[in-house]
Design a protein around this ligand. Sequence first.
Ligand SMILES: N[C@@H](CCC(=O)N[C@@H](CS)C(=O)NCC(=O)O)C(=O)O
Length: 255
Amino acid sequence: MGRPYTVTLDVLNSTLASSLRMWRGTMVRTPARQPAKPLQLYEFEACPYCRLVREALTELDLDALIYPTPHGGKRFRPKVAELGGKRQFPFLVDPNTGESMYESADIIEYLYRRYGERAAPTRLLRPVEVSTSLVAGVARLQAGGRARPSKAPKKPLELFSFESSPYSRRVRELLSELELPYLLRSTGKAGWQDLGPPGLRAALFPSRPVEGRTRTELLERTGKVQVPYLVDPNTGQAMFESQAIRAYLLATYAR
Ligand SMILES: N[C@@H](CCC(=O)N[C@@H](CS)C(=O)NCC(=O)O)C(=O)O
């Protein structure tokens, strides 16, 4: 998918997927205490239950090491069966407490209680949450749901992203398909003035200071706040722009 109009259509479709989820996973709502060691989440992009957990990661501003487990994947799927006894996703491992668990609702509750120091907020009825997440995955034609042959990187990649970001989703889907582990740097928005693309924000609120843990880090490291931003410690490459990142990942890791 490289032609400008197919890329635009794909971004629009990704925007639709975020709308179906009512833009959950956009703002940081309960800034959490960061764990000393990154949480480990085995999941895949097209899985409706995994999406609910990823939304909670953005809203808690929690980073996590993502181990993609798409259908047909051989890199991390077997590990989950080894650790927890069955191949079901999402599966969370918290190396800080030694706890591990299945079930998205339990994982979300655990993350809120342990790191947000409160109970998980009541949202829509669970069947509504799950079915809209399912429909969002269908709208994306289950992108990120099936493994493609790839080379394994020595070290996990690093991705600055927030769950509802239409552009970041396109990168996460490919990371998922290529089974590339990555440190998800949660880059949720700090306030409503941060809504919209970076250019619009700069034009409307030129003097608004950048806020947020990873947003300020991104600004310091790169001079701007934009996601997705990918860092590959295996090659020393770092880049913005979802299409450029996708091209890089395919050229470097797809077989
Ligand atoms: N109730 C579980 C349901 C999890 C679930 O059914 N996950 C699916 C993926 S969306 C799964 O593990 N399927 C087996 C597979 O992908 O091989 C939860 O909320 O976490």
